[in-house]
Design a protein around this ligand. Structure first.
Ligand code: FAD
Ligand code: SIN
Length: 528
């Protein structure tokens, strides 16, 4: 018997919980979450939430910085909504009880991060995501019409006549289906497809895989953001050392103590993430030594007060954040692309919506501005909830251009090159193989031959994983692998197709941005 509900939300991060909070006034809400509810990218967010509330700031200035970081691919209308409505939604969150940092006069304290021209990042020490999650969770838990199914994983979407009518899931009591008038994907990102990532184990790209399998359009997947400064000590967890630390004046130095980022331009350590990540990779290769984050010139008591989590993580790795040089390197952090939506969260399938990191609204373009993602989850989580109250309809996107025939030929030739026998050969890929391949060939720096080889493997492995899943649809390990592979193959293919460098996508063989041919979004739909 299907479980009936009015609204189905898949995911319990900022986007899913913010949507649930509004939907409870209109009907029964079911939230599925595949682990404990607080286990999400949201729960690990550190630096804060960007919002134009400072005396020297305006939403227009915030929009300009967002669009500059997006490197020519932002949707200006979506950005305007993000920065303007963001002010209201963040104030609402504070009014709901979010305990954010304040200055000595009791005003909201704003931090600085890369590529922001003013201080605009609201924070709760370096555990902002945990605090936001706490407030939203409290609100959702108090609503009798919201039911949360923990350790329950959505495994497919129910589609009838290009309309989503719910989802199939596996929970502690086995498999079942849920029927709903509207379904929201709020499943977060896909950092786990990379060997090095800041993301927790739940970030496996399920939403993109579910939507793509159901026939929805996905876009901009070649743009994966790599965070430059992740703790890099053998044997220690890859803990993110927030950009806010550089915002408060920390330096990046090489083994000789040189601030190598000053060679890259006047923004130095606060250049955009793609620039800093690439510079770290190049400096490490040039010198054969790691690079370091240093706070030795800053006041230790301030560091302890502002960055307690980072201090503790470094201490656990045997380092003192205030006194030692801390080895850092980049790691996969945030997917700019995802399930294509309009500004109300509608996808190309009626009744299926997406919000948060899984969605591609166009607000981030080719590179997300730091701390804009929590803001996106709030604003577009709430907007999707409002759209779910209306009769189901698909998005009417008009700003996505089809790729040129020559670009298509390029991708098709990779598929053809796989050949029948190679395609059927069992290669027995594991998650570790996928992550390693993605890190080496679809990572910070890419090139044609590397991508071509990677895509060939990914497509073959994906096909095998789908076949194995068809043979045993109850094997959850196989299901997880098939999802990771679907997202990886889509990303690799888009990265191969885009023959230029823009934002987070850097091709060593096409190092320049090329607006004449490539100021377009690459979108894909299964079988199209
Ligand atoms: P998530 O918070 O990731 O939630 C996704 C949810 O979906 C989870 O509950 C997961 O279990 C569930 N789920 C996934 N698949 C399924 C399935 N098949 N079935 C059921 N449930 C499923 N952004 C900022 O703006 N500021 C920051 O300071 C910041 N710091 C960050 C620090 C770290 C270490 C990381 C990893 C990210 C950071 N980000 C930051 C990015 C930001 O946290 C995320 O982009 C954002 O929280 C995503 O929210 P979401 O609701 O879309 O997804
Ligand atoms: C960080 O604190 O550096 C992460 C911020 C973000 O990803 O927006």
């Amino acid at each position: 018997m299907p479980v009936p509900t009015d609204f189905l939300i898949i995911g319990s991060g900022i986007a899913g919980l913010r949507a649930a909070a509004d939907l409870a006034t209109a009907g029964k809400v079911l939230v599925l979450t595949k682990a404990d509810p607080e286990e999400s990218n949201t729960g690990y967010a550190q630096g804060g939430i960007a919002v134009a509330i400072g005396a020297d700031d305006t939403p227009a200035l915030h929009a300009e910085d967002t669009i500059a970081a997006g490197d020519g691919l932002c949707d200006d209308g979506a950005v305007r909504i993000l920065v303007e409505e963001g002010v209201r939604y963040v104030r609402e969150l504070v009014s709901w009880g979010a305990r954010v940092d304040r200055d000595a006069s009791g005003e909201l304290a704003l931090g600085r991060e890369g590529a922001h021209r003013v201080r605009r990042v609201l924070h709760a020490a370096d555990a902002t995501g945990r605090e936001i999650g706490r407030v939203l969770w409290e609100r959702v838990s108090a609503e009798p019409r919201i039911r949360v199914l923990r350790h329950t994983r959505a495994i497919s979407l129910l589609i009838r006549d290009n309309r989503c009518t719910g989802a199939r899931f596996v929970g502690p009591n086995g498999e079942a289906t849920i029927e709903a008038q509207a379904t929201l994907l709020a499943t977060g990102g896909a950092g786990q497809i990379y060997a090095e990532t800041t993301n927790p184990p739940v970030a496996t790209g399920d939403g993109v895989a579910l939507a793509w399998r159901a026939g929805a359009r996905v876009a901009d997947l070649e743009f994966m953001q790599f965070h430059p400064t992740v703790l890099s000590v053998p044997g220690a967890p890859r803990f993110l050392l927030s950009e806010a630390i550089r915002g408060e004046g920390a330096w990046l130095v090489n083994a000789e103590g040189e601030r190598f980022m000053l060679r890259e331009g006047p923004a130095g350590e606060l250049a955009s993430r793609d620039v800093v990540s690439r510079a770290i990779v190049q400096e490490t290769a040039r010198t054969g030594s790691p690079v370091f984050l240093t706070l030795q010139h800053l006041e230790p008591s301030y560091i302890a007060h502002r960055f307690p989590m980072a201090l503790a993580a470094c201490r656990a790795a045997g380092l003192d954040l205030a006194r030692h040089r801390i080895p850092v390197s980049p790691a996969a952090h945030y997917q700019m692309g995802g399930v294509e939506t309009d500004v109300s969260g509608r996808t190309t399938i009626a009744g299926l919506l997406a919000a948060g990191e899984v969605a591609c609204t166009g607000v981030h373009g080719a590179n997300r501005l730091a701390s804009n993602s929590l803001l996106e989850g709030l604003v577009f989580g709430a907007r999707a909830a409002h759209a779910m109250l209306e009769p189901p309809r698909a998005s009417q996107m008009t700003n996505v251009r089809e790729a040129e025939p020559s670009e298509k030929a390029n991708v098709m030739s990779v598929r053809d090159a796989m050949g029948g026998t190679e395609r059927r050969r069992r290669t027995g890929s594991s998650e570790a193989d996928v992550r390693d391949l993605m890190w080496r060939h679809v990572g910070v720096t890419r090139d044609g031959p590397g991508l071509e080889g990677a895509v060939r493997y990914l497509l073959a492995w994906h096909e095998e994983a789908e076949q194995a899943l068809a043979e045993d649809p109850h094997d959850m390990n196989q299901w997880r692998l098939a999802s990771l592979l679907a997202v990886s193959a889509l990303m690799g293919r888009a990265a191969l197709r885009r023959e230029e460098s823009r934002g987070a996508h850097y091709r060593a063989d096409f190092p320049a941005r090329n607006d004449i041919h490539w100021q377009i979004h690459i979108a894909e739909r299964r079988g199209a």
